[in-house]
Design a protein around this ligand. Structure first.
Ligand SMILES: *Cc1c(COP(=O)(O)O)cnc(C)c1O
Length: 366
């Protein structure tokens, strides 16, 4: 079965497939910031960051991101994909070791391949297995080379997350750097600033580099890498995806800046999102459906790819846009519906989806 880009029409269906978790992509305050930037600076940035594509607005965003993530410095990349590919290529090389969760995002996988380092994968969230891998590598390490533990913080297709306290303790014990991808945690986790899972676990200082995106909960586009200035300076000079690509348009930078301010100053969207997560969990349980999550991402495992696609299509017919996710995006035999919640969903929409799910899902016990 060929993959296709299906057209999503917001007037016809309710979106349960996006990553706009806080509903910020439609927020009037972000729109106003973007429009003002277009009026002032035009539509395009005109060149790469190291040429004339860095403006005061960009530098301001990078300062705000560093403060947001409690790091010394931060750098904006054009997308999360480019950030992961560029930072692994720019900082890691042959002779270094990478230890990766088996379900890491494809952009991290591609970055690992591009780095030329030795890399090994441990079972998903299995820190005992990670420790075994670290032990194995110990005698094989060459002097002068480093090792990195690389992981998503919240996993995009499973909606689960890593115990960063335990992971950073292991990193300390085995003298490894840590890179986390906060794409699905930024804006959602973190008691004070909502900056991500590192803040939630109180381990921001123990993580070497935190990357994340502005394209999901922050409702905009682009990505950040946050960490020590010496590493950020290295990336500016070495990360090819940073150097050889035109900078983001000013309107995108302006709405990202507004979003970073808003998630820290206005908790109302986050409160609504977590209320929706609780309501949805309850509705699923009451309906006897065996799906659950501690994040806005609910993986509903169907097994066969054809079942996931078929159920997704029937939900679309019922007015709910839910995507069936199949291999190779997820491991064979675990094709699923990936249902994602947003702060902008209304209770009756959650109820409607659960009742549609009951109608279309082939479950034995029902
Ligand atoms: C979406 C995503 C990315 C890529 O970010 P883009 O800005 O969409 O390129 C990277 N890592 C994870 C975990 C993601 O979910």
């Amino acid at each position: 079965m060929l993959r296709q880009c299906r057209i999503f029409d917001p007037d016809e269906r309710i979106n349960f497939a996006g990553n706009d978790y806080l509903g910020l992509s439609e927020d009037p305050r972000l729109k106003a910031a973007a429009i003002e930037a277009v009026e002032r600076y035009g539509t395009g940035s005109g060149s790469a960051r190291l040429v004339s594509g860095t403006q005061a607005l960009t530098a301001h965003l990078e300062e705000k991101l560093a403060a947001f993530k409690s790091t010394e410095s931060a750098l904006v990349f054009n997308s999360g994909y480019q950030a992961n590919v560029g930072l692994l290529q720019g900082l890691v090389g042959p002779g270094d070791w990478l230890f990766c969760d088996r379900l890491n995002h494809a952009s991290l996988v591609d970055g690992c391949l591009l780095s030329g380092a030795r890399w090994t994968r441990y079972r998903h969230l299995d820190l005992n297995h990670l420790e075994a891998r670290l032990k194995d590598a110990r005698p094989k390490r060459q002097p002068g080379h480093v090792q990195w533990i690389v992981t998503d913080s919240v996993f995009s297709m499973d909606g689960d997350y890593v115990d960063l306290k335990a992971l950073t303790a292991l990193a300390r014990q085995y003298d490894a750097f840590v890179l986390i991808d906060e794409a699905h945690a930024t804006g959602i986790f973190g008691p004070e600033k909502s900056s991500g899972l590192a803040e939630q676990y109180g381990v921001s200082r123990e993580i070497t580099l935190q990357m994340g995106t502005m394209s999901k909960a922050l409702g905009g586009f682009g990505a950040y890498v946050a960490g020590p200035k010496v590493l950020i300076d290295t990336l500016i000079n070495r990360a090819r995806s940073f150097i050889y690509s035109t900078a983001l348009p000013p309107s995108v930078i302006a709405s990202d800046l507004k979003a970073v301010e808003l998630v820290q100053s206005d908790p109302s969207m986050k409160t609504r999102l977590w209320q929706n997560i609780e309501t949805f969990r309850q509705l699923l349980q009451e309906a006897g459906l065996p799906f659950d999550s501690q994040t806005p991402i609910f993986p509903c495992i169907m097994g066969e790819a054809s079942t996931a696609v078929d159920v997704g299509n029937r939900l679309k017919d019922a007015g709910y846009f839910v995507q069936g996710i199949r291999p190779p995006t997820v491991p064979a035999g675990t094709a699923r519906l990936r249902i994602t919640l947003s702060a902008s969903h209304q209770r009756h929409e959650l109820e409607g989806l659960v009742s549609a799910l009951r109608d279309v899902i082939p479950i034995q016990s029902q």
